[in-house]
Design a protein around this ligand. Sequence first.
Ligand code: ZN
Length: 388
Amino acid sequence: MTYANWNYPTSISVGEGVVSSLPEHCKKLNICSPLLVTDPFLAKLDVVAEMVSQCQRQNINIEVFCDIQGNPTDLNVNRGIAAYNANAHDGIIAFGGGSSLDAAKAVALCARQTLPLWSFEDVGDNWMQADEAKIAPVIAIPTTAGTGSEVGRASVITDAVNHVKKIVFHPKMLPVQVLLDPKVTVGLPPHITAATGMDALSHSLEAYCAPGYHPMADGIAIESMKLIKHFLYPAFIDGNDINARTQLLVASSMGATAFQKGLGAMHALAHTLGGMYDKHHGLLNAILMPYVLEANRPVIENKMTDLATALALQSQSFDAVHQWVLDMRQVLGIPHTLAEIEINADDAVKIGQLAVNDAAAGGNPIPFSANDYTQLFMHALTGQKTQQ
Ligand SMILES: [Zn+2]
């Protein structure tokens, strides 16, 4: 079988059944004893058993570690590090949604370092403290099309003590090989397909709106949004649509490639709310999206006009993009307000303070204050200003 093979932003092989080339890639990278990091549900899938037996047949000593929860914590990462070191592993297979991929990349970064996980929080030049030569090579196989963590150089990990999401960063956390196989995403239920697809959209949309000169990121973001426009709903309606699943995986990788340019207020709030309420990251972004677009409207009107043209929307205007987002949310069954997913106003002030300090806030086209974030949160909580 031949697959599409790309080398930007890292080495990516795309196609139905491409996971069966895992042993080949391990050999190419001199990985003889990988630790496959995933979650307990995915660990039971036939595809994992197949990957394990294929590797074993090629004398690759693979072990499965599956103690990873959604919104992974430092405790998950530390257990993964212990498993990695217990059996002298020499590489990581990251298999799963964003949570597993992020946890796996953090294990790869930290397993052989003398410094603990939070030493590499994405603050200043912290990453330079890592011994680069000791970072394990990662082969990433995403099972959802959303986070794009397979092409990212960072992980979002929850600090279990303070219930805050932190970003851990190192350029060498970028997986050396990515396998995009639509077959491993066909089992995703529609609501997860929707939420993860909207996460991918939020990455491209926020990257596109982020200030700064980066035409490459802007171009990738626009193409990714086109793919999502055409293929998210078909994949939501028919999970077995292999072409739609393939295109969404690619769009997701593209979204994460684009957001090296920056994210913004959707993610600043989604990280904050995810840490406090343990809600699905993509779902939070999907709910927040139209409210953030409205809040940024004064400075993104021109960009939205260009985007409306690229997406061939009914009119070339901010309103057309805004309406497209609302319509897309509606057909995908995404709630219109945060109140509908049992978030309340109790911590509104604290949420504003945490959001303004989130790393993603720096990419927002308007530098919102803590108070602005509180207000934005209240709009998304109650549906104020933005009509469905
Ligand atoms: Zn995201």
